[in-house]
Design a protein around this ligand. Structure first.
Ligand SMILES: O=C(O)CCC(=O)C(=O)O
Ligand SMILES: [Fe+2]
Length: 263
C-alpha cells in the first residue's frame, strides 16, 4: 500500500487506489444479513451446567458467542476484569473444555502457560466502504479471542453457511470467538470461523481484541477422547510458533490455515 489514509491526515472524498479491492473481492454490503441471534451468555447468573450447554451449542453452531457482563464501572473496567479473570482462574476456558466433554483443565494443561496479546483496531470513516475492508476476512490463529466492540458503530461480520452476517453491538456484552488452536484441540468439533470488519462513510470505529494463545513449547494435539477409534486426528500435532509463522506467511483471506496441518 503506497498511500496510508491514517497517517496522511487528509480527508479523502475518494478511496485511494491502493485500498480498492478487485471487484470479486469486495464486501457486497447489500447482501449482508443482520443477525440478532448470536447467543448471549451470562456466565455469572445461570446454572453452570446450562452455561456449559449453551457455550457448547454456540461454539458448534456459530464459533462465536457474546458474554454478558454486569456493569459497575466503565466498559473498559469490565473488560480489564474479564481479562484478568481469564489469566487467574481460567473460568471461560474451563467452561469451553467442559462443553467439549473434556476434563475442565484439559485445554489449560495442553496449552501450558497461556499468553494474552492485545490489539486496538481503529477504522477511520471511509468515503467508499463498498470497495474495501477495515480488516479482510480471516480466522484468528490463537486459542480464543475476546473482543470489545465499539458500542455505537457496527462493523463486525461473521460467515455462517456461506452468508456474511452482521454482529451488531449488544449493550454490556463482549464477543468471544473460537480461534484456530481450539479448532485443532477439539479435533474440528468447534470451528474457528471466518470474520471481517467493514467500514462506513460517517463514523470512525474502534475495537479492542485480546487473544489468548498457547505457550510456545506446548504441543497442540486433539484430545484422544475426541478422535474416533482407529482414525487419525484431523490435524497433525504442531506448536504455536510453527502455526503462527505459517499463518502470517500468507494473505489473511486465503484458505483456512489449518488446512495446511491436516493429517
Ligand atoms: O474489529 C472487529 O470487529 C474485528 C477485529 C478482529 O477480528 C481481530 O482483531 O482479529
Ligand atoms: Fe479476528
Amino acid at each position: 500500500m503506497d498511500t496510508k489514509v491514517l497517517s496522511s491526515g487528509i480527508p479523502y472524498s475518494n478511496l485511494p487506489e491502493s485500498y480498492i479491492r478487485p471487484e470479486s473481492e469486495r464486501p457486497r454490503l447489500k447482501e449482508v444479513v443482520v443477525c440478532e441471534d448470536i447467543p448471549v451468555i451470562d456466565l455469572g447468573l445461570e446454572d453452570r451446567s446450562k452455561v456449559v450447554q449453551k457455550i457448547g451449542l454456540a461454539c458448534k453452531n456459530y464459533g462465536f458467542f457474546q458474554r454478558l457482563f454486569t456493569t459497575g464501572g466503565t466498559i473498559l473496567d469490565s473488560f480489564a476484569t474479564l481479562l484478568t479473570s481469564i489469566c487467574l482462574n481460567g473460568l471461560l476456558i474451563r467452561l469451553v473444555s467442559k462443553s467439549l466433554g473434556l476434563e475442565k483443565d484439559y485445554i489449560r494443561k495442553t496449552s501450558g502457560e497461556q499468553g494474552q496479546h492485545m490489539a486496538v483496531n481503529y477504522y477511520p470513516p471511509c468515503p467508499e466502504p463498498e470497495l474495501t475492508y477495515g480488516l479482510p476476512a480471516h480466522t484468528d490463529p490463537n486459542t480464543l479471542t475476546i473482543l470489545l466492540q465499539d458500542t455505537q458503530v457496527a462493523g463486525l461480520q461473521v460467515l455462517k453457511e456461506g452468508k456474511w452476517i452482521a454482529v451488531n453491538p449488544q449493550p454490556n456484552a463482549f464477543v468471544i470467538n473460537i480461534g484456530d488452536q481450539l479448532q485443532a484441540l477439539s479435533n474440528g468439533r468447534y470451528k474457528s470461523v471466518w470474520h471481517r470488519a467493514v467500514v462506513n462513510s460517517d463514523k470512525a470505529r474502534m475495537s479492542v481484541a485480546s487473544f489468548l494463545c498457547p505457550c510456545d513449547d506446548a504441543l497442540i494435539s486433539a484430545s484422544k477422547s475426541l478422535v474416533e477409534d482407529g482414525s487419525d486426528a484431523v490435524y497433525r500435532d504442531f506448536t504455536y510458533p510453527e502455526y503462527y509463522k505459517k499463518f502470517w506467511s500468507r494473505n489473511l483471506d486465503q484458505e483456512h490455515c489449518l488446512e495446511l496441518f491436516k493429517n
